[in-house]
Write a new protein. Structure first.
Length: 247
């Protein structure tokens, strides 16, 4: 699963958990608020956390546990797990427990006391849902719920990767455009050369035509005046013979 899908699953799970906490603060019967708030969306949350846990393990096996994205997702997983009831946390394993040796069995889960509007308000004031984000790995292992800074940092990391991919795509498109322009220039040059060659060929054909006409005219003149030429040649030969015999 890609980092974008894991982040989407994490964001959706966080929204479900925050909705549960909001319902627990509504001014309704305390026992009903506790029961509805604890059971609402739990199957979906459990499936999302299992999917997120598998994705984190796959990312750590591929990129190593020291990658920034794996650390952020691990931190967010632990915080969302900490937002569950204790009996629900017992059903969802921690990432640290899976990497370390088996730990002793957990104690019996303690059922939370019924919620009332006053108790819920005092609980939220004394234990705030959101905590400041820190880059300290040790603090990242705490079970405090994720804050807006963590989500923004994760989304910023994803957007940076997308920006890098878009930059690479833009660079490739620009390079292809530059190559296309060079090819067009080469084609224009070859087209000009072919036009010049055609012009020279036409000129040569014109010259050959004129020379052929002249040769035809000379041949025709020779045919018409053949007897005169023959008499002239014979007279020239006789003159040569007379001059030779006299000497």
């Amino acid at each position: 699963m890609s980092l974008a899908k894991l982040t989407a699953v994490s964001t959706k799970t966080l929204s479900l958990l925050l909705e549960r906490q909001r319902l627990q603060t509504l001014p309704i019967d305390g026992a009903n608020a506790s029961a509805n708030g604890s059971s609402l969306h739990y199957p979906q949350i459990k499936r999302n956390l299992a999917q997120l846990r598998e994705g984190i393990h796959a990312m750590e096996s591929k990129d190593g546990p020291s990658s920034e994205a794996a650390k952020l997702l691990r931190n967010q997983y632990d915080r969302m797990r900490g937002m569950l009831w204790e009996e629900e946390r017992a059903e969802i394993p921690s990432l640290d427990n899976e990497r370390s040796s088996p730990s002793p069995p957990l104690p019996e889960p303690i059922k939370p006391p019924p919620f009332t509007h006053t108790n819920a308000r005092d609980s939220l004031l004394s234990h705030p849902t959101f905590a400041p984000y820190t880059d300290d790995p040790e603090q990242g292992q705490s079970t405090e719920p994720p804050d807006a800074g963590t989500m923004l940092h994760t989304q910023r990391f994803i957007m940076q990767e997308q920006d890098q991919q878009l930059d690479q795509l833009s660079h490739s498109i620009n390079r292809q455009h530059h190559i296309s322009l060079q090819i067009n220039e080469e084609l224009d040059v070859h087209h000009g050369l072919l036009q010049d060659l055609d012009t020279e060929i036409d000129r040569t054909q014109g010259r050959l035509g004129k020379a052929r006409k002249k040769l035809d005219h000379v041949a025709q003149g020779i045919k018409e005046n053949g007897s005169v030429v023959a008499i002239g040649v014979l007279i020239f030969i006789l003159l040569i013979l007379i001059i030779r015999f006299k000497t």
